[in-house]
Design a protein around this ligand. Sequence first.
Ligand code: AMP
Ligand code: ZN
Length: 139
Amino acid sequence: MDDCIFCKIVDGDIPSRTVYEDDDVLAFLDANPLAPGHTLVIPKAHHERLNDLPADIGSNVFAALHDLTPAVEDAVDAPASTVAFNNGEAAGQEVPHVHGHIVPRFESDGGRPIHALVSDRPDLSDEELDDIAATIAGE
Ligand code: AMP
Ligand code: ZN
């Protein structure tokens, strides 16, 4: 994609602090880190969302996340990390090229867990939960 900032990083047209690379995956430090070591893991091919990723590329991205997460934590002596994708614009995705964030976390970083993502939780009945589960399961 011509105007994609992460494709430009893959192509070497924009510099990055690369920490891992293979045929399908690139990982580099986030330019505006939420914590020291904040790392982005991307497929080299342009796909906008996780939903668009071919399964084999998704597996390779997850394998890189799996291998890099302890390396990132160790590099900055972090006891934990938040590993997440903003998957789609409504979820806060700003760069429309799939990327997983590895954000090192510290006891006193003032950050919040995934459960702080929304302020208004839905009040769902058992029946609604059953219906949603069945729909996701394709029943
Ligand atoms: P998201 O909101 O999930 O789309 O996150 C996009 C991330 O990309 C942000 O954390 C930005 O700081 C990061 N970012 C944007 N441009 C660059 C760049 N040229 N190099 C490294 N990270 C970048
Ligand atoms: Zn791209």
